[in-house]
Design a protein around this ligand. Structure first.
Ligand code: RB5
Length: 145
């Protein structure tokens, strides 16, 4: 899978760790920054990742900030993006199966790195179940119009 990843300063260390993990698992990871622990603004990176996913340049996106909240709020402003903030693997799997989420948000100050890797794996392994869930996701798409 081709995965766009981005973080602010608070998520930088976790982003670096996740990139190594995802590449080892065979994914192509597109790093959209940030590039250091220097303070920066999370919406800038949310925009880059969300637009890459919405445009189809990447299959999935992962965004990390301190809580994951700012990233999820910002990413969900981009039409076509369904960003899910997850703090455990069950929600990450359901975000794919029921919500067809295409961007995962993580809070590096909330979720430890070991758990974050498990959450990312669950998200990337999850398949959209379709059926009644497709009808509901269509209604989300209607909200974008
Ligand atoms: C940065 O201090 C922090 O506000 C940011 O990483 C994020 O948690 C925002 O939602």
């Amino acid at each position: 899978m081709r995965i766009a990843i981005g973080s602010d300063h608070a998520g930088f260390d976790l982003k670096q760790e996740l990139m190594v993990h995802l590449e080892a698992a065979g994914h192509t990871v597109v790093d959209m920054g940030t590039t250091s622990r220097e303070s920066c603004d999370y919406p800038d990176y949310a925009r880059l990742v969300a637009e890459a996913v919405a445009a189809g340049r990447c299959d999935r996106g992962i965004l990390i900030c301190g809580t994951g909240i700012g990233m999820s709020i910002a990413a969900n402003k981009v039409p076509g993006v369904r960003a899910a903030l997850c703090a455990e693997p069950y929600s990450a799997r359901m975000a794919r199966e029921h919500n067809d989420a295409n961007v995962l948000c993580l809070g590096a100050r909330v979720t430890g790195p070991g758990l974050a890797l498990e959450i990312a794996d669950a998200f990337l392994a999850g398949e959209f179940a379709g059926g009644r869930h497709a009808r509901r996701v269509d209604k989300i798409r209607d909200l974008e119009k």
